[in-house]
Ligand binder design. Structure first.
Ligand code: AMP
Length: 355
């Protein structure tokens, strides 16, 4: 196992806030970061270099791969053909297998079931007639989600009655989708697992995640007792998934805590919003541990730095609260430097750690 030492250059596909926080953690360890994305974004402000290019531009990707020592990514919708241009030139971690699995919901859910996980009952849907048939099988309430490119509740429609099928099909733009039965859950939580290049794993305490309008609003640690009783099974499944994918880096799985145990919702082959609290709330942040993992360095401690932690997302104009948040003195404010505060846009977050 050859480590990629500090002083090397890490290439990051994607220029969003996750790339920004990865680049800050990498810089702290003495690495340079080179961002590759179709558009400039929050990560570019804190990186050593930026290449503007499409994810399927073979020439531009090859030049980028030659300029870096390793490539990672901050979002899961990278075109696998793009990765194919990079991989012969520079190692790509977490790797293309995780991307192939997590790009499409049906593939991901099927994989998780094969590994022994529980998902909500679902059916793949490619037409309105197919949706109506799926509603007859799955029942209502249910949720229709586009198979690809869905995030923060986008590309989703809820069905309270079979009569909602036509409107739901319009909401997802008639794209290939999955119909999922609505899970009755007490809580939502996530597992952030880190797998090193040598296959060693560590995981963070599981946060309780509360969503508003399909977007993460808060992550709180410790999670309630019901979640605590389900963490062991959820970590076991996430570990199994990571080993099966020969995964390197931070792998996040989101779960519903139900009366019958944890139900897998979705995975992200990357650092995750529900782990932002780890910057101040854990000994080693998810961003630093991702960098350590992909560079073949020893993983850092995931222990809490306080008795409890809360992370609140600042969405849209909530970021205007920054003067009051700074005035608190011990709240940790993170702003992503986005120029325009559109509704539903993640502008920053604030973390509070209680000793
Ligand atoms: P997702 O993009 O799949 O993570 O969905 C966004 C949010 O919608 C989740 O965090 C849940 O709050 C809710 N949700 C998604 N799928 C289901 C489901 N099958 N049952 C109940 N709530 C769901």
């Amino acid at each position: 196992m050859t480590a990629i030492p500090p002083g090397s250059t890490i290439g990051i596909l994607g220029s969003g806030q996750l790339g920004r926080m990865l680049a800050v953690a990498a810089a702290q360890l003495g690495y340079r970061c080179h961002i590759y994305a179709p558009e400039s974004g929050p990560a570019c402000d804190v990186a050593a270099a930026f290449t503007q290019g499409d994810y399927n531009d073979a020439t531009s990707l090859a030049a980028f791969a030659k300029a870096v020592d390793i490539v990672t990514y901050e979002f899961e919708n990278v075109d696998p053909r793009g990765i194919a241009h990079l991989a012969p030139i520079a190692p790509v971690r977490p790797g293309s297998r995780a991307l192939d699995i997590s790009r499409e919901r049906p593939t991901e859910k099927g994989f998780v079931r094969d590994q022994g996980g529980t998902t909500a009952p679902f059916r793949e849907v490619t037409s309105l007639a197919g949706l109506e048939a799926a509603v007859a099988e799955i029942g209502v309430p249910s949720i229709l989600k586009t198979s690809m490119f869905g995030y923060d509740g986008k590309g989703q429609a809820r069905l309270a009655s079979p009569d909602d099928a036509t409107a739901a099909w319009e909401t997802v733009g008639g794209q290939p989708s999955v119909l999922e039965s609505f899970v009755t859950f007490a809580h939502e939580f996530s597992i952030m697992l880190v797998r090193g290049l040598d296959g060693a794993t560590v995981h963070y305490p599981a946060p309780l995640n509360v969503h508003r309008d399909g977007i993460l609003a808060t992550s709180t640690i410790p999670a309630p007792a019901l979640v605590q009783t389900q963490v062991e099974a959820a970590v076991a499944l996430t570990t199994k998934l990571a080993h099966a994918l020969d995964y390197v880096g931070v792998l996040t799985c989101e779960f519903f805590a139900t009366a019958d145990g944890p139900v897998f919702n979705e995975m992200a082959p990357r650092v995750h919003n529900s782990g932002h609290w780890t910057i101040e709330g854990a000994v080693t942040s998810q961003f630093e541990n991702h960098i350590r993992a992909i560079c073949g360095l020893p993983l850092g401690s995931t222990a809490l730095t306080g008795a409890s932690v809360e992370m609140d997302n600042l969405i849209g104009d909530e970021a205007d609260q920054w003067p009051a948040l700074l005035a608190e003195g011990d709240a940790h404010l993170h702003l992503y430097g986005k120029h325009e505060a559109r509704p539903g846009r993640k502008m920053g977050h604030v973390t509070r750690v209680w000793r």
